[in-house]
Ligand binder design. Sequence first.
Ligand SMILES: O=P(O)(O)OC[C@H]1O[C@H](O[C@H]2O[C@H](CO)[C@@H](O)[C@H](O)[C@H]2O)[C@H](O)[C@@H](O)[C@@H]1O
Length: 300
Amino acid sequence: MSETPPSRLEEHLPQIRRTLAGGSGLLVCLDFDGTLAPIVDDPEEATPLRENEAAVDRLSSHPAVSTAIVSGRGLPDVRDRVGGLDAYAGNHGLEFVRNGSVAVHPVARKRAVLVDQVCSALETVLEPVPSSRIENKRLTGTVHTRTVPAPLRPLVRRLTKSIVDRIGGDQLEVSSGRRVLEIGPSIPWGKGNAVELLSAELPRDTVAVYVGDDVTDESAFNTVEPNGVGVRVGGDRPSAASYRVTSPADVAAFLTWLESVGLEELDRSPGLVPTEPERPVERTTASDRRLGLSSETADD
Ligand SMILES: O=P(O)(O)OC[C@H]1O[C@H](O[C@H]2O[C@H](CO)[C@@H](O)[C@H](O)[C@H]2O)[C@H](O)[C@@H](O)[C@@H]1O
């Protein structure tokens, strides 16, 4: 991961316009929890902001734009929560649906039986821990610790790791996310690979945008940067994304800006792009200024 904190997006719209001006189309990839939907205690209750749904719908209906959700949730789950995108990647990119056909990583498919055994064992072992919750997503599993009393979280981590070691051996691994432990196959595959696959099907000069809030989104930021636009939702901790916004409401403002301002840049043929002044003068338009972003919040 980059050691550089991302810059505040609203201060860098002219750079983003220049990045978009290099492309003939746009691929907009979006994480779900913490990006389109605010983080909530109960994962079942997570719902995208209406403004995000509307902005995604508008982008999806534009002929120059392809849209995708790239989520840690299982595919059926995330498709139920937000509709209308061109493609969906679930389980951190291990499964995919596009043009009506579903693809699953073959190694992940084989190891799903181990994930299932781990989830069952954890249901029993963590049963006495108040408010612990196990989400079996078939190809991966999630242990939720958001509502577990803080002093008990290290115990949950230890128990989870020991069960995964016992049942999964070197076939499974545990990683951390926002108040979750993610259990999945130990293979070098993540959201970044999913974004690569999506990009590979589009013209080479398509500009890729990725918006996400969590550690697993870093591989996707690495995939789209530096020719595309990586946007981290959250505070100023280091990230491979160049830009950051604070909240899902800010994501809606950015997506709206992309549709109303950013897309205009794509339409300019290279010969028509105004030459840059010698000393760059940042072109901030009234539409740029309307991008109202909220104030800082803590990452957790
Ligand atoms: O890649 P994402 O779409 O962001 O999915 C990552 C995980 O998101 C969900 O957990 C997170 O959101 C929950 C609801 O707001 C919250 O309670 C939890 O603490 C967060 O980590 C989802 O439940 C997981 O399956 C995803 O892996």
